[in-house]
Design a protein around this ligand. Structure first.
Ligand code: MSP
Length: 645
């Protein structure tokens, strides 16, 4: 079976951040997983280099556009190479082959009558490279997606008959419920299409930095719209318009994208493909957005986190593990060093790393590093069954992109191994003269580690190769078929010592992000960033709302935080054994005494955070306008701990 997996192609107007790294990690993991299963897999990534936005960024940097694009594209490629991303092709939209492919696609659509020439007058957002009808603008001027000012442009344009494909698109969504994953994201797309599709302007005359029109049209005033150019990368990379060399990989299995660009992939792209009479991709997998310590990352806040900086400090594979384990696919995720360190220490170092070390140590002591699986079934049938059950569940999780569930299930194997050691106590068995039993437990764990290493390989390729090296086997499709699918055990071998795989981390290794105080006034730049956040303002499911635990609390103690203009330290009774400490930025609006014995509304399941060195274990709900801040309180007294919702 062949598989084709893609990342979005990244704009070259700035360097990669962890959001980009996440899309790339998840796609790379999926590609490696398919290869492990023996599927012939093609994995594509690259850079998106045309359009007014790139042209303007180059001008700001004082560089010729191509040189600027070369540089930034180079930084993406170098980063993915450093992270050993297993792409088969790194495409650039400035590649000649790609440009030819785009021109060919344009000619095909034009010949079919799906592209026609007309005039366009509309409000254009340069940042989103999109026209918006007046009715959609905020305050008649601002872009509904990013909040930036739009400009009125009237220009001759070629249009793609998007409206013609409305019904076929809706039918496709209905017939293929897994076309958009997670399924919960499909509704926003379907509603958008049901709302009516307008034909799409697919050329521009207002700037030059784009793919030129096909010569056959004799119209070199125009360049292609950047999204038409960019989306076509998924087929030009396979040789469309050139030699079709790799077109047998089409249709794509999964295009991984962030939720902000789902619409382009789930509406425009399928319509273009329908026009080209080509089959549609199997899945569009839309993931959520990453924040840092709960805040949107932005240059002006100075809290953008570079994947290279994190990887240099903590290890690139640890970062991959963390990102894929931390967040259910499709939901937003938060990067915090605390959460990252906790997972490294407890899951990687304790559960996995120590297990390997203990097995190496014990086999050295008891059997001169020899591992023999001969008695494992006799003494550990129960553990083998539990292990095989967990292994059998893994494929379903990965095929649904639920990497967090996949890893959670995989970790059951280490629990089985660790529990086996503590409950069977091989050292005691050795003392009792039951050497075969002791060695059976050691061999059981060695087998668990081997099978787990195979299944962890797509997520942590290098680390698992080291484990496999210690266990004297190679991770590949053969060992997958033998040890995982075939449920066989390792043959007699000598285990090798390896240096500890996951040194414990005691404290944050990179500088913490500057934290905005809760009531800090945003400056203009921040306001701009905040309104850019609007693109995330998708409607939520009721379940998402209930992920936040809101409770009524009674303030039992309150004091001022010395040297702080803004903070009060409160002890809030939430009906639990002891009151929670909540540090709140409300000192300018409330005195400490006035709060005692009053009730407040508390977000009760926030990860604890430190504010001026004090732990804060919750957040108060408050509303603030030009007249100041007020706390949100229950209308009548309620028992402490009463849930809100
Ligand atoms: N060039 C287009 C994609 C064209 S694909 C034919 C583009 N590029 S981008 O560089 O702006 O974004 C690339 C991907 O990074 C998108 O999937 C986007 O969702 C993702 N992310 C950008 N910031 C992100 C976070 N903070 N968190 C998670 N992913 C985010 O869009």
């Amino acid at each position: 079976m062949s598989k084709y997996i893609t990342t979005p192609i990244y704009y070259v107007n700035g360097e990669a951040h962890i959001g980009h790294a996440y899309t790339t990690f998840i796609a790379d993991t999926m590609a490696r997983y398919e290869r492990l299963k023996g599927n012939d897999t093609y994995f594509l990534t690259g850079t998106d280099e045309h359009g007014q936005k790139i042209e303007e960024s180059a001008q700001k940097a004082g560089k010729p556009t191509q040189e600027f694009a070369d540089e930034i594209s180079g930084t993406f490629k170098a980063l993915w190479d450093e992270f050993e991303i297993s792409y088969d092709k790194f495409i650039r939209t400035t590649d000649e082959d790609h440009k030819r492919g785009v021109q060919k696609a344009f000619e095909v659509m034009y010949a079919k009558g799906d592209i026609y020439k007309d005039f366009y007058e509309g409000h254009y957002c340069v940042s989103c490279e999109t026209f918006f009808p007046e009715t959609q603008l905020e305050d008649g001027e601002f872009c509904p997606d990013c909040g930036r000012t739009t400009s009125i442009i009237k220009e001759e344009s070629y249009f793609f008959r998007l409206s013609k494909y409305e019904d076929r698109l809706l039918a496709h969504y209905a017939d293929n419920p897994d076309f958009i994953l997670p399924r919960s994201r499909a509704n926003e797309v379907i509603n958008f299409v049901k709302g009516g599709l307008r034909d799409l302007s697919v050329t521009r005359t207002s700037f030059k930095w784009g793919v030129k029109m096909p010569e056959s049209l004799h119209d070199d005033k125009h360049v292609m719209y950047v999204w038409l150019d960019a989306l076509l990368n998924y087929i030009t990379a396979l040789g469309y318009g050139k030699d079709d060399a790799n077109m047998h990989y089409w249709p794509a299995s999964t295009h991984f994208v962030g939720k902000d660009i789902l619409r382009f992939h789930a509406i425009y792209w399928p319509a273009f493909l329908m026009s080209l009479d080509m089959p549609l991709p199997e899945h569009i997998g839309a993931h959520g957005w990453w924040t840092r310590d709960g805040e949107k990352m932005s240059k002006s806040k100075g809290n953008v986190i570079s994947p290279k900086e994190v990887a240099d400090a903590y290890g690139a594979e640890n970062l991959r593990y963390f990102m894929l384990r931390e967040v259910p696919f499709g939901q937003d995720g938060d990067f915090s060093q605390r959460a990252f360190i906790d997972r490294i220490n407890s899951e990687l170092s304790n559960d996995l790393g120590n297990l390997l070390n203990r097995i190496i140590g014990m086999s050295g002591k008891y059997s001169d590093f020899e591992i023999d699986s001969v008695d494992v079934e006799k003494y550990h049938a129960k553990e083998l069954d539990a292990m095989n059950e967990a292994l059998g569940n893994l494929d379903g999780f990965m095929e649904n992109m639920q990497t967090h569930r996949y890893l959670e299930e995989l970790w059951k194997l280490f629990t089985i191994g660790n529990v086996a050691i503590t409950s069977y106590e091989p050292w005691a068995k050795m003392k009792e003269g039951k050497k075969d039993e002791a060695l059976a437990t050691v061999a059981l764990v060695a087998n668990i580690l081997a099978k787990a290493a195979i299944m962890l390989h797509p997520v942590m390729p290098k680390t698992t190769n080291t484990i496999a090296d210690a266990l004297n086997f190679k991770i590949n499709n053969d060992s997958y078929k033998d040890l995982v699918l075939g449920k066989n055990l390792l043959k007699l071998f000598n285990i090798k010592k390896v240096p500890p795989l996951f040194p414990r981390v005691e404290e944050p290794l990179i500088e913490e992000a500057p934290k905005a105080m809760p009531d800090e006034k945003p400056n203009d730049k921040m306001k701009e960033e905040l309104s850019a956040k609007k693109e995330e303002d998708n409607l939520i499911e009721i379940g998402q709302f209930f992920e936040t635990s809101l409770k009524i609390g009674t303030v039992v103690e309150a004091e001022e935080v010395p040297k702080s203009k803004k903070l009060l330290k409160l002890q809030v009774d939430l009906g639990e054994e002891t009151p929670r400490q909540v540090v709140a930025g409300i000192k300018e609006f409330y005195s400490a005494e006035s709060l005692i014995h009053t009730q407040v509304c508390v977000v009760a399941n926030l990860k604890p955070a430190k504010l001026m060195g004090m732990m804060s274990e919750g957040m108060l709900l408050a509303a603030k306008d030009e007249d100041g801040l007020c706390l949100v309180r229950p209308e009548k007294p309620k028992k402490a701990g009463t849930p809100i919702g």
